[in-house]
Each structure stands twice: as structure tokens, then as C-alpha cells.
Design a binder for this molecule. Structure first.
Ligand code: 8YV
Length: 339
């Protein structure tokens, strides 16, 4: 295809230093507003496009793909890809890629920051001081949860889960974990983090802190619901930087209201950007607007990796982070999204 015929659209602003590479391939247009691009507008924009760079907040549906017959690649600037109908993309011969590896530290930093903030009541304390309520030292003022020596349960010991385990070891915590797949990595993980692989039930029962790091898939949707909350310690604190839908949010509200767990730190929500109104009323819940990967360095690295994938796909090859793979005239699923 001639360079002038190739059209690339990005739903995120791409800095000049990275846009230059894309412009050597064809015509680049982008959405530069600070709010997510509405899907109707995106569908119209994509009609003539061969390539799309998008974020996890763009829902790329089967209908959109069938309305955009020239589309060859969707490069998600996100490690999670539950926003894309990968099956429909595969059927339509569209490659889908993601950005694993470059956001592990930033995401684990945020998960640990939430853990500390809930355990040590940081947001509550900040509000207390700002509102002028502080009268002076009191021995039982704002008592929180000790972290050293406590058990962290990591649900999904992938790259981000491991980054979380590194932080936990630095804080003198004991690590237990669940992960998908066989046992081939367990020996290294157990040794490296003095950790132990356990069943989900065992993890829920024994953890003082539980941090979710699994992708959202049909098998992990509502992985944490009423039954799971009832298995947790009453002193447990739940942290979620993965996807909101991994938790049944209504059941989380009940668990907090009934004091069946001690608190939660949430960066993601089941129906985001909508947040269950009751969550806003709990002082033992710390909320963030899906910003775990939001550092300048990490967001730049994510865009750079997504562009590398997009260029490889437009060049006719298999991109390094393909979710589905090219197979002669069609495309086949390579990575099933199971926990
Ligand atoms: C993104 C994320 O910022 O990578 C992921 O899976 O959740 C975040 O890093 C989000 O998807 C918006 O693109």
C-alpha cells in the first residue's frame, strides 16, 4: 500500500517525538480532547483507516469493526484488552496488540500506595487536619493496621503481581499468591519472594491484605463476590488496580457496610467512570480514578510500545505483543484470556 493511502487514527494524543515514526507510514490523525472519544465519532473516523491506536477506555466492538472494513490493526495502549472484542477482531482479520511489561512498576507502586493509604488511614488523616479537627496528640488517634509481618495475598502473580511482591518483601510482608498456568514458574517465584502458591480459598482465608492483579475475562468477572468476602478475615483490606469487574461492586459495598472486611483501596470500578455512590461514604475506602499507570515515563513507554506493535503490523509482520496472530489469510487467537 502506498504511504499516502495509509490512514492511522489515535484516540490519544501522540507526542511529536513518537508521531514522527507514524507519519513516515501514512497520514496520522488523533483525538486531542481530554475526555474519551465517543464511540459514534470513532466509528465515523475509522471508516477509511487501516490502523488504530486506542486506550482501555475506548470500547472496540464487533459492530465498529464491521463498519470499518479497512482496519488491519488495533494497538491498545494498555496491557488489559477487555475493552476490545478480540474474537470479532480475529474473525475480521484484524490484529490486536497490547503493552505488557512497561507499566508493571507504576501499577504496583499505585497498588502499594493504596495499601498503605488504607492501612494507615492517610486520606482520612489528611481530611482531619485540613478540616481543623485536630486538637493535639492523642494515643488512640487514627490507629491503623500494621504492615510489617502481615500476609499479602496476590491474586494473579504475573508481571505486575511480581512487582507487588517485590514491594511487599521490602516491607517485611509474607507473600502468598494464586496464578494461572502450570507449576513451571512456582519454584523461582517461591524462592525469589519467599512466597507460596495457594488456592484462592486459602489466600482469602489467610491474607491480611489482598491485591488483585488478574486480567478481566469471562472467568475472572466477579471473581470476588459475597462468598469470597465471607471467606476473608474481618481485618482484611482489599486492593484493586486490575479491572473493576473482577469484584462484584455491590457485594463489596455490602461487605464494607457490614464490616465483613476492614477496608478497600480501589483504582478501578465495575462501571467506571461511574462509582457506586455508597463507596463515596466510607472513610475506610480510598478511591483513585484509574491512574495506576499514570506517570509521564510509563505512559510514554506504553505509547512507544503500542506504536512499535502498530508499525510491525502495518509492515505485514507479527507484532511483538500480538494478542491474536496472523495465520496466512486469516488470524487465530494466540493468548486465551483466562486467569
Ligand atoms: C490504562 C490499564 O491506563 O494498561 C492497563 O490495563 O488499565 C491502564 O494502564 C487504561 O487501560 C487506559 O488506557
Amino acid at each position: 500500500m502506498k504511504k499516502t493511502e495509509t490512514k492511522i487514527f489515535s484516540t490519544l494524543a501522540i507526542p511529536d517525538e513518537l508521531a514522527a515514526d507514524l507519519r513516515t507510514l501514512g497520514n496520522l490523525e488523533m483525538w486531542t480532547e481530554d475526555v474519551p472519544m465517543p464511540n459514534e465519532q470513532l466509528t465515523i473516523q475509522l471508516k477509511d483507516c487501516q490502523a488504530l491506536l486506542c486506550s482501555g477506555s475506548n470500547r472496540i466492538t464487533a459492530e465498529m469493526m464491521s463498519a470499518c472494513p479497512k482496519l488491519k490493526v488495533i494497538a491498545n495502549v494498555s496491557v488489559g484488552y477487555d475493552n476490545i472484542d478480540v474474537d470479532a477482531a480475529t474473525k475480521a482479520g484484524i490484529l490486536v496488540t497490547n503493552t505488557p511489561g512497561v507499566l508493571d512498576n507504576a501499577t504496583a507502586d499505585m497498588a502499594f500506595a493504596l495499601l498503605l493509604a488504607v492501612a494507615r488511614r492517610l486520606v482520612e488523616a489528611d481530611q482531619y487536619v485540613r478540616s481543623g479537627q485536630w486538637q493535639g496528640f492523642h494515643p488512640s488517634l487514627m490507629l491503623g493496621h500494621e504492615i510489617t509481618g502481615k500476609v499479602l495475598g496476590i491474586v494473579g502473580m504475573g508481571r505486575i503481581g511480581e512487582a507487588m511482591a517485590r514491594r511487599a518483601r521490602g516491607f517485611g510482608m509474607e507473600v502468598i499468591y494464586t496464578r494461572r498456568g502450570g507449576q513451571e514458574k512456582d519454584e523461582r517465584l517461591n524462592e525469589q519472594y519467599s512466597a507460596r502458591r495457594v488456592s484462592l480459598g486459602e489466600l482469602l482465608k489467610n491474607s491480611d491484605f489482598i491485591s488483585l492483579h488478574c486480567p478481566l475475562s469471562p472467568t475472572t468477572r466477579h471473581l470476588i463476590g459475597r462468598v469470597e468476602f465471607s471467606q476473608m478475615k474481618k481485618t482484611a483490606i482489599l486492593i484493586n488496580t486490575s479491572r473493576g469487574g473482577v469484584i462484584n461492586e455491590a457485594e463489596l459495598v455490602s461487605a464494607i457496610a457490614e464490616k465483613s472486611i476492614a477496608g478497600a483501596g480501589l483504582d478501578v470500578f465495575e462501571f467506571e467512570p461511574e462509582v457506586n455512590a455508597q463507596l463515596l461514604t466510607f472513610s475506610n475506602v480510598v478511591l483513585a480514578p484509574h491512574i495506576a499507570s499514570a506517570t509521564n515515563d510509563t505512559r510514554l513507554a506504553m505509547k512507544r510500545l503500542a506504536i512499535k506493535n502498530l508499525i510491525a503490523a502495518l509492515d505485514g509482520g507479527n507484532p511483538p505483543n500480538a494478542i491474536n496472530k496472523k495465520n496466512e489469510s486469516t488470524v487465530t487467537i494466540a493468548v486465551p484470556a483466562t486467569p
